[in-house]
Design a binder for this molecule. Structure first.
Ligand SMILES: NC(=O)C1=CN([C@@H]2O[C@H](COP(=O)(O)OP(=O)(O)OC[C@H]3O[C@@H](n4cnc5c(N)ncnc54)[C@H](O)[C@@H]3O)[C@@H](O)[C@H]2O)C=CC1
Ligand SMILES: O=C([O-])CC(=O)C(=O)O
Length: 335
């Protein structure tokens, strides 16, 4: 199996590559980045991280001879053989560098113009290869996913815009609040919270409070609490960036979330009996929306989105989803 990480010399791309490389020792990983030397530095380090399997403490449960390679290509030099053709899954983290106006809430939109150009170029590159499931991380991820889909000519189900970190963040905040309500019951773990999030990866997130459960039981929040929960989810990634001296963004939650999605894709998909996962995919009438890409519940197979699940939403959730769609359409110039 082979995963291509486009933007693999950067923070998120290299973190995804590390997570996948250690989880799947035989996986071939290619890092595509115009900063090829930087990517090569990651590739050498990553390959050595796999070599711990040669030590007794590595306790290899696989043949050392099956260790996958970690290689580098410069996407601007028409690499041959084409790594897009070789890939079983692709992750796109290619992005303009973070600018000073990307450090505040809403900052994901500051790289819109340049990242749409990068997406158009990547789409042209992808177009000559067979459709391959592609997880899009570069911000603003829903708009970039949409542009990449349009430029590639691949089926819409090939594209999955990544927004799952928000689901992890809201679970943490809900667990804290529910624990504080009844301290005598002990702490609730975020792992016991289910609160899917639809909509934009940004200000227009749509937490589905009508389906939220703790330990499998429905849980209610007053409107004031909902506002505070939303505020936490929107703000915390920017707090993380600031705490790290305005350097890297949330590489660990993002790297782990993407690696889980790629792992499921390589295994042939998600369990159709399990809860669907919320990822951004181009819509064609689902939820009454067309010509826009935003997060909705999906079931995955080995090619990408096998099914978009249409949940019954409350009036407020539906209106919020429509507002998210409007905001995304507007910034893409689609009215
Ligand atoms: N969807 C999400 O939840 C998250 C999205 N992000 C976004 O992911 C993107 C990447 O973030 P970082 O890794 O921190 O940025 P970074 O600046 O460390 O890495 C971006 C990499 O893309 C490369 N690149 C630029 N143009 C390229 C092209 N045409 N082809 C291939 N590579 C190209 C750059 O050389 C650089 O190495 C950003 O847009 C960031 O906002 C980051 C975290 C979470
Ligand atoms: O703005 C960023 O690069 C970080 C981001 O999207 C996130 O962590 O959700």
């Amino acid at each position: 199996m082979h995963v291509l990480v486009v933007g693999g010399g950067g923070t998120i791309g290299s973190t995804v590559a590390y997570t996948l490389a250690t989880q799947h020792p035989s996986l071939e990983v290619t890092l595509a980045d115009p900063k090829a030397e930087r990517a090569e530095g990651h590739a050498i380090d990553l390959f050595h991280s796999r070599s711990h399997a040669a030590h007794a403490i590595g306790r290899p449960e696989f043949e050392a001879s099956t260790l996958g390679d970690v290689s580098v290509v410069d996407p601007t030099s028409s690499p041959e053989p084409d790594p897009v053709e070789a890939a079983d899954a692709i992750v796109v983290t290619a992005s303009e560098p973070r600018s000073s106006d990307s450090l505040e809430r809403g900052g994901r939109l500051s790289v819109l113009e340049r990242n749409l150009e990068i997406a158009s170029d990547l789409g042209e590159w992808f177009a000559s290869a067979d459709p391959t499931p592609t997880v899009v991380v570069a911000n603003p991820s829903d708009r970039v996913t949409h542009r990449l889909w349009e430029a590639s000519g691949w089926p819409r189900g090939s594209f999955l815009g990544y927004s799952l970190s928000e689901t992890a963040r809201i679970a943490d905040e809900i667990a804290r609040r529910v624990s504080a309500r009844e301290p005598s019951n002990g702490d609730v773990s975020p792992a016991d919270v289910y609160c899917p999030i639809l909509g934009e990866h940004g200000e227009h997130i749509v937490p589905v409070f009508s389906r939220t459960t703790v330990d499998g039981r429905p849980v209610e929040f007053a409107e004031s609490e909902r506002v505070e929960i939303l505020d936490y989810v929107r703000s915390v990634p920017y707090d993380v960036i600031e705490m790290r001296d305005n350097g890297d963004s949330s590489r660990w939650v993002t790297g782990r979330g993407i690696s889980l999605i790629v792992s499921r894709l390589l295994e042939g998909g998600t369990d159709p009996d399990a809860d669907p996962v919320c990822l951004a995919t181009p819509l064609d009438g689902e939820y009454g929306l067309k010509g826009v890409t935003l997060s909705v519940p999906v079931v995955l197979d080995g090619d990408g989105v096998a099914e978009i699940v249409e949940w019954d939403l409350s009036t407020d959730e539906r209106e919020r989803l429509e507002r998210a769609a409007e905001s995304i359409r507007e910034s893409l110039g689609h009215r």
